[in-house]
Design a protein around this ligand. Structure first.
Ligand code: F0G
Length: 461
């Protein structure tokens, strides 16, 4: 019998960037000097950086070539029209406003749409999305399905919106108070979990019934389409581009952080189907971002983004990416390491609460695991737990979320599976000695809001 050919990446490497594996002693000094805050490390002090998949991917030769062709005109740049054409053709939105990143798109759109006292239902709104809602004294209501909060339950579309929860919100508040519903594809906060086409269809039908516009937070839309192709009945034979077009039929507006599935280092945009609404956002774009044909992006970056949108919606690219995430996931879970099930699109979410059961939640379990992983192998993840959840704005008590997670986000086209092997081995070592890890950290200093970026910690002895 001839051997079946193993899977391999759908690209080869043309440019490399050296990384440095430090000693444990060096890492102990460095992490102490940052007061045990992983954000405080210099990137040279990190061997494998899984802090985020945002803006950390590798661009292709085609993208670098497009960069050289950037048109840097203040108004009417050719690069803007390239981007607009790509957004129209691939995503189906005829009108595009570029912004410098995803949260800037939120800022512009929400300035136009949200008023004090409004209600914005959605599926686990991303932090900046929630931040921009709450900053306007409006309320985000999470309508994600319950399965998302049980890391052990296996559901192919754990990012889905619970239609009953959504309808309850539509019934409870008058239509005038709900400027839109926002659906995040994939659902980052719930573990990079996808939303099914069936669910998008149902959300859209319900929203139509109540006459409420639908916004997609589309940062990882291509990964979402990959999961629809590989998990949802009836989509196996469709191309990613066909699925993407079908998904966006159900949205009126999209916001985008291009740093994810645009495969660029910086950028964002808003896509509109309604010309009037698009034009009514111009004033905010001009005030906060830049003129409507560049919005904070250089021409070269818009060019690279136009190509990135095309590449991100190719099956071979997505298959390489998602199989790498799954490769790490399988290594971890086959050793019994508790992770959000099933593997998501852009990251592994280790259930730190289950992995380190002896560390009290008041001592920040996921952060404790994050520091351990850094010390073990120079791998940097990010805490999604009580530090990120911050304090209650009224009582100032610490908020303890349902899950203490350590997110290991995999940058696009950046690391090889050898790097994934290092990450797995490091976590397995920690798992093996988990019973000896009994204490975590206490806060020494923190900012009044968004504390996780800058806070100082010390080990509890
Ligand atoms: N929406 C989602 C779903 C995101 O994941 C992010 C960013 C944003 C919006 C904001 O976009 O960073 O371009 O301003 N997520 C990054 C992350 C930061 O690490 O998950 P941005």
């Amino acid at each position: 019998m001839p051997m079946e050919l193993p899977f391999a990446e759908s690209y080869r490497i043309k440019m490399v960037e050296p990384i440095y594996l430090s000693t444990r002693k060096e890492r102990e000094e460095w992490i102490k000097a940052t007061n045990y805050n992983l954000f405080g490390l210099r990137s040279e002090q990190v061997y494998i950086d899984l802090l985020t998949d945002s803006g950390t991917g590798a661009m292709s030769d085609r993208q670098w070539a497009a960069l050289m062709m950037g048109d840097e005109s203040y108004a009417g740049a050719k690069s803007f029209y390239n981007l607009q054409e790509a957004v129209h053709r691939i995503l189906g939105f005829p009108f595009t406003l570029p912004t410098h990143q995803g949260r800037a798109a939120e800022n512009v759109l929400f300035s136009r749409l949200i008023r004090e006292g409004d209600i914005i239902p959605g599926n686990s709104h991303f932090d900046t999305t929630k931040g921009h809602i709450e900053y306007r004294k409006a309320t985000a209501i999470d309508c994600t399905i319950d399965e998302a909060f049980n890391t052990e339950s296996v559901h192919p579309f754990k990012g889905n919106v619970d239609i009953n929860k959504l309808e309850a919100v539509f019934k409870k508040y008058p239509k005038e108070k709900i400027p839109f519903i926002i659906v995040t594809i994939t659902n980052n906060t719930a573990g990079g979990q996808p939303v099914s086409l069936q669910n998008l269809k149902e959300v859209s039908a319900l929203a139509k019934k109540y006459d409420i516009p639908v916004v997609f937070d589309s940062a990882r839309f291509a990964e979402n389409a990959y999961f629809i192709k590989t998990r949802e009945v009836g989509y196996a034979d469709k191309t990613i581009k066909e699925i993407v077009r079908e998904m966006f039929q159900y949205a009126d507006i999209m916001t985008m952080s291009s740093k994810k599935d645009g495969i660029v280092n910086m950028g964002g945009f808003i896509g509109f189907k309604n010309e009037e609404l698009y034009k009514s956002c111009w004033v905010y774009n001009i005030m906060f971002e830049g003129y409507v044909t560049y919005g904070g992006m250089s021409g070269r970056d818009m060019n690279a983004l136009a190509v990135g949108l095309d590449e991100a919606t190719e099956f071979e690219y997505l298959n390489t990416r998602i199989l790498q995430v799954k490769y790490l996931f399988d290594k971890l879970t086959s050793h019994g390491i508790p992770c959000q099930q099933p593997a998501g699109g852009h990251a592994i979410f280790v259930d730190a609460g289950k992995m380190l059961p002896h560390v009290p939640r008041e001592q920040f379990v996921a952060q404790t695991l994050g520091v351990e992983l850094y010390l073990e192998a120079g791998v940097r993840g990010v805490e999604i737990g009580a530090l990120l959840a911050d304090r209650d704005p009224i009582t100032r008590e610490n908020r303890y979320p349902k899950l203490e997670l350590l997110r290991l986000a995999i940058p696009r086209r950046t690391y090889t599976n050898n790097h994934m092997d290092v990450v797995a081995a490091a976590l397995i070592n920690i798992f093996e000695r988990r019973d000896s890890i009994r204490t975590g950290y206490r806060i020494v200093e923190e900012a009044p809001i968004m504390r996780h970026f800058t806070l100082k910690l010390e080990p509890v002895k």
